[in-house]
Design a binder for this molecule. Structure first.
Ligand SMILES: NC(=O)c1ccc[n+]([C@@H]2O[C@H](COP(=O)([O-])OP(=O)(O)OC[C@H]3O[C@@H](n4cnc5c(N)ncnc54)[C@H](OP(=O)(O)O)[C@@H]3O)[C@@H](O)[C@H]2O)c1
Length: 392
């Protein structure tokens, strides 16, 4: 007889775009992706500004009528029926919002980038440890079967020793008069919301470098990278084009992470521009077709393969009843399994690795002279910060 799946009760913090994608994924039937050991319930959602907005969000995503709408983040984190909070606010808010939830003793899955500064990330990790709760950065791509397969290929030596990884996530949003398509107040370019290419997009380029060059290093040999960065700034002060060389000298490897808002990885909207990620080893290369955050295909090209290219498609399963499947359910399943197993962090993205990646981004932004306001860079928690109370 099949055992009862372990159930996790989610509270959704924020009602924006990614909150919608993630919550719809939570509501899909796990059987559609071949999962039977865990399941998810959406029990509450909160808007920073109005209860009505949370109620409309819950009805729009198709949550059960029992799910509770809240008009403040404070009410959400106080709900005893919520096991874990998904923080889906702009990254400017992550430190204060995630800390609010951790302080309340909640488990937390926090969107990327985890924070604005490395110090904030360290403080969140310290708090999760102190409160003995689960905490994870929501880098969903790491939990794709495609990523798992690529990491397995690299670690089993399918392409020999990996020396170099090139990874790009860029969008061509170039617009008239030297601007990009977003308004200056949009979170993608607004420094008050930690805007810029690196924290929003470049983190995925770094994800590919870290999950192939760093994550697979044996624990005792883990090497902090050296970082050289070049940044072009947008007129708001946010970064619009950032290139980072991430060097692991002891491992003789380098990663080159690029991100931009004026040229795209995908040149023509049909993915004709070639792979977004090239993982290059002594015996061959793995190419991943973009976008880097939601890849659906990889290729293995062996040095002695005689021109043969193995092409593997990895489509994202859909719940046909709900007509939905975005690919974020795999990271949710990871959270559920960690909670079930009493784990406080995920092996696939440990706390230490999120912190190292924040350190790399912080160093790159420093080299490029990008500065964010004190309100969003402070590592001092304030439950009454406007970032927690929704006062704009
Ligand atoms: N994993 C992914 O693929 C992915 C994709 C896109 C974005 N993200 C990440 O998810 C986060 C949110 O991105 P998004 O695209 O969902 O943004 P969004 O559509 O602008 O939504 C952000 C939400 O945060 C809340 N919020 C609270 N204070 C805010 C403020 N001062 N300004 C704007 N919104 C505020 C709002 O909801 P309420 O006020 O109603 O609470 C808003 O709807 C970012 O950190 C981003 O990096 C991840």
């Amino acid at each position: 007889m099949a055992s009862t799946p372990y159930t996790v009760r989610w509270g959704i913090m924020a009602t924006g775009w990614i909150a919608e994608m993630f919550t719809k994924d939570l509501l899909t039937n796990p059987a559609c992706r071949g999962v039977s050991d865990v399941r998810h319930e959406v029990v509450a959602a909160a808007s920073s500004s109005a209860k009505d907005r949370a109620a409309s969000f819950l009805s729009m995503v198709g949550a059960p009528s029992t799910a509770k709408p809240y008009g403040s983040y404070h009410e959400l984190v106080a709900d005893p029926d919520v096991d874990i909070i998904y923080v889906a606010t702009p990254h400017s808010h992550h430190f204060q919002n995630a800390m609010l939830a951790l302080e309340a003793g909640k488990n937390v899955l926090c969107e990327k980038s985890l924070t604005v500064t490395a110090s904030q990330a360290r403080k969140l990790v310290d708090k999760a440890r102190e409160k003995n709760v689960f905490f994870m950065e929501a880098v969903w791509t790491r939990y794709f079967p495609l990523s798992i397969k690529v990491r397995e290929l690299v670690s089993t030596g399918a392409i020999g020793q990996v020396y170099r990884v090139l990874a790009d996530l860029s969008f061509n949003k170039d617009a008239a008069e030297g601007r990009v398509e977003w308004d200056d107040s949009h979170r993608m370019v607004n420094p008050d919301l930690a805007g810029g290419a690196l924290l929003d997009l470049g983190i995925y380029s770094l994800t590919w470098i870290f999950q192939t060059l760093y994550h697979l290093q044996p624990e005792k040999e883990k090497e902090a990278p050296k970082v050289v960065a070049a940044i072009n700034k947008y007129h708001t002060g946010a970064d619009e084009m950032t290139s980072i060389i991430v060097q692991f000298p002891k491992h003789k490897s380098q990663g080159i992470a690029t991100t931009a808002l004026r040229v795209g990885t995908d040149v023509d909207g049909h993915n004709s521009g070639g792979p977004a990620i090239r993982i290059q080893g002594s015996g061959g290369e793995i190419q991943v077709m973009g976008p880097a955050y939601r890849p659906l295909q990889y290729k293995v090209i062996k040095k002695d393969g005689g021109g043969n290219v193995e092409v593997v498609d990895c489509p994202i399963p859909k719940d046909t009843e709900r007509d939905w499947g975005h690919g974020m359910f795999w990271e949710a399943d990871e959270c559920a399994r960690c909670l079930r197993d009493g784990k406080r962090e995920s092996d696939t993205l440990p706390w230490s690795e999120s912190i190292v990646i924040m350190e790399v981004m912080e160093e790159a932004l420093k080299q490029g002279g990008v500065q964010y306001p004190e309100l969003i860079t402070t590592d001092v928690f304030d439950a009454q910060s406007p970032l927690n109370t929704g006062k704009r």
